[in-house]
Design a protein around this ligand. Structure first.
Ligand code: HEC
Length: 132
């Protein structure tokens, strides 16, 4: 899976490198999420074709939730560490664990947790801006 993500990202970077100033959440989204969820969040990234389950359309989360952006659900889905086992296999990677592995190397165990949480907040905030 890591190889597939890397390969798909390599083909996408030329499309995204023209973006000038972007928010941290947007940069992180393009790095980690667009490969499945698509550049605009519509669930049409190149890796979506090889998954059993289509990646969610992230632009319609508010619409499908009665007009309210489901912030904590989105946060929890991205983090993934608190998902209930037994609710089936996720096709979506567990970002909380991956981010924490990287962040603990740089900031230590408690600093790492703070940075990881902040990264997920930035992502959830960015997805909120994609709502249509
Ligand atoms: C390997 C492909 C893949 C990658 C990479 C990926 N996702 Fe997903 N995502 C999915 C799939 C498939 C679903 C559909 C639900 C499931 O499988 O649990 C999903 C569901 C979601 C949902 C739930 C939407 C809802 O209805 O509540 C959110 C939010 C989300 N992804 C955000 C992200 C973010 C943010 C990133 C980047 C940090 C990301 N995804 C990276 C495949 C991916």
């Amino acid at each position: 899976m890591r190889f597939l993500i890397a390969a798909a990202l390599a083909t996408m970077t030329c499309e995204t490198s023209s973006a000038q100033e972007m928010s941290y959440g947007e940069a992180e989204y393009l790095n980690s999420c667009a490969v499945c969820h698509g550049l605009e969040g519509k669930g049409d990234g190149p890796l979506g074709d090889v998954l059993l389950k289509r990646p969610a359309d992230l632009t319609r989360l508010s619409k499908l939730n009665g007009g309210m952006f489901p912030y904590s659900r989105v946060f929890g889905t991205i983090d993934g560490r608190y998902a209930v086992p037994g609710h089936g296999d996720r096709e979506m990677p567990i970002w909380g664990r991956q981010f924490l592995e990287q962040d603990e190397k740089l900031y230590g165990p408690s600093g790492g947790e703070v940075v990881t949480t902040e990264r997920i907040h930035n992502l959830a905030g960015y997805i909120e801006t994609l709502q249509q």
